[in-house]
Design a protein around this ligand. Structure first.
Ligand SMILES: Cc1cc2nc3c(=O)[nH]c(=O)nc-3n(C[C@H](O)[C@H](O)[C@H](O)COP(=O)(O)OP(=O)(O)OC[C@H]3O[C@@H](n4cnc5c(N)ncnc54)[C@H](O)[C@@H]3O)c2cc1C
Length: 483
């Protein structure tokens, strides 16, 4: 039988890889998807976006149940948290979507190749060869045998190998020192938790376990929580976290993490330079994620690396012709599932010779699914000023929004950063109810180059949380209706 030469071989079955695979098949390409994990879905589906959001939904319900009587629901007594059932629901959600992915792969006739991929060098006569090594275990912790079991040949290769949690020097993850993997597998909800790092992952787990009653301490090295967000968002999140009883420490430099008889002890220097010690049952290390570009023999091709991340052009192509990189391994892009997906679609459009729009850094929504939620896109106020814009800001608090009152969640605000001269929207920053849904309107408005004047006259249904957006656009001109 003649050897199959694929149009594209994709390494990694996370959101970057599987999206590229499906779109490639939709374009009529012959696609192979190589995955070392036993199941498709990557970090996002197994130990990232989906399980965390499942737990956050449980936490939200739990928060409501604690106040059931306020909503006129009597007779519940004292709600009891059944952690095993919480975990079971989370696993069922993940499993359902794994099956969904498997179905989509069959539907699109995508060849799934199980094993760990390793590049063999540049293409020979226009064809790349990828070695397949057998792998065992799961995802970020899978073990790779050194034996090559087969080879895949393809005209193009897309690298979508994702990222893995960083640990502090000298630490090894176990049942008390946790990364996103171990914390999602806990058999009991911890009564106390120290979270090192107040980026999206750190604050989301803080929010979940605070809702479930844990004593939560956040230690963040930088001067503010969610440091990539607008400064006012960081301030509001910190204020609301503290109001919910979370101990937020910024400017805190962790010196040592040790295990005690029953838990963990973290020594750190606080923002005033004073040594401090904090003990808890568990510690979560959420200090960022490293690109998984080691072990794939990337050195054998011309691809350029930037501290382990792969440099690409606007079509996601590396310096090696016919080799593309998408998702968490790409230099200069935020590590988000939707960025993985879109960069995958761009790469495969280029391979298929179809039109595409490059991924625009300033059009990427950033969502943090805490209580309160955060949704943002574009420039922060400080960044807009740094870029030389004369900035006009409009801010509207959810306190003035009727739907926010109805859903009993009126903390937070919508902030519009615009250019004073033409009313161009430069950035939108939302903290409060459904911020992660509301931000989509802003992304579309910015993509279509909507101005403040136009958006002030865009009809928003009543009563909705989205009216807070309308009021915020009005606020840019000092003309909000409800504040
Ligand atoms: C706790 C947590 C919560 C998150 N929540 C969100 C969220 O709410 N929203 C959001 O947008 N993002 C979120 N993220 C980020 C999101 O998970 C990542 O951005 C996304 O998974 C990246 O997709 P990817 O395809 O680049 O890589 P991954 O999802 O990491 O997939 C890479 C795949 O490649 C496979 N692989 C690696 N090397 C090889 C090899 N040599 N051969 C074969 N297979 C290989 C891996 O097994 C893996 O399946 C979260 C992350 C974490 C950790």
């Amino acid at each position: 039988m003649a050897e199959t030469i694929y149009d594209v071989a994709i390494v990694g079955g996370g959101p970057g890889g599987y999206t590229a695979a499906i779109r490639g098949a939709e374009y009529g390409l012959k696609v192979a998807l190589i995955e070392k994990h036993a199941k498709l879905g990557g970090t996002c589906l197994h130990v990232g976006c989906i399980p965390t959001k499942a737990l956050l939904f449980n936490a939200e319900i739990w928060d409501h149940m604690k106040h059931a009587a306020d909503y006129g629901i009597d007779g519940i007594g004292t709600p009891q948290l059944n952690w095993a059932a919480v975990q079971k629901r989370k696993t069922a959600i993940v499993d359902k979507h794994v099956k969904g992915l498997e179905f989509l792969m069959r539907k699109h006739k995508i060849a799934i190749i199980a094993g760990c991929a390793r590049l063999t060098g540049p293409a020979v006569d226009g064809v790349h060869t990828v070695d397949i090594l057998s792998a065992s275990g799961t995802g970020e912790t899978s073990q790779v045998a050194s034996q090559v079991t087969s080879q895949v040949r393809a005209k193009n290769v897309i690298l979508a190998t994702g990222s893995a949690a960083k640990l502090l020097p000298g630490l090894v993850a176990d049942d008390r020192i946790l990364t996103n993997i171990e914390i999602l597998a806990l058999t009991e909800a911890p009564k106390s938790l120290i979270v090192i790092g107040a980026g999206a992952v750190g604050v989301e787990f803080s929010s979940i376990f605070r809702s479930f009653g844990a004593e939560v301490t956040i230690l963040e090295f930088l001067p503010r929580a969610v440091p990539v967000e607008d400064e006012e968002i960081s301030k509001e999140l910190t204020r609301l976290f503290k109001k919910r009883g979370t101990d937020v420490n910024t400017g805190a430099k962790v010196e040592k993490v040790e295990k005690t008889e029953t838990g963990v002890k973290v020594s750190y220097t606080d923002a005033n330079g004073k040594p401090q010690v904090k003990e808890a049952e568990k510690v979560l290390v959420a200090v960022g994620r490293s690109p998984q570009t080691g072990g794939i023999n990337i050195e054998s091709i011309k691809a350029e690396l930037d501290r382990g991340f792969v440099r690409v052009n606007e079509a996601q192509e590396t310096a090696e012709p016919g080799v593309f990189a998408v998702g968490d391994i790409v230099a200069g892009l935020p590590q988000l599932a939707h960025v993985g997906g879109m960069s995958g679609m761009v790469a495969v459009a280029k391979i298929a010779g179809r039109p595409f729009r490059p991924v625009r850094r300033d059009r990427i929504p950033s969502c943090t699914y805490t209580e309160p939620q955060i949704g943002s896109v574009g420039l922060t106020e400080a960044q807009a000023k740094e870029k030389g814009h004369t900035v006009k800001v409009g801010k509207f608090p959810f306190a003035g929004n009727a739907k926010a009152t109805i859903v009993d969640n009126h903390d937070g605000f919508v902030k519009i950063v615009s250019d004073a001269q033409y009313g161009e929207i430069l950035g939108v920053h939302i903290i409060g109810p459904q911020a992660t849904e509301l931000i989509s309107e802003a992304v579309v408005a910015m993509d279509l180059e909507g101005t403040v004047d136009e958006l002030m006259f865009t009809i928003h249904a009543h009563p909705t949380l989205s009216e807070a957006m309308l009021d915020a656009y009005g606020a840019v001109e000092g003309m909000a209706i409800n504040a």
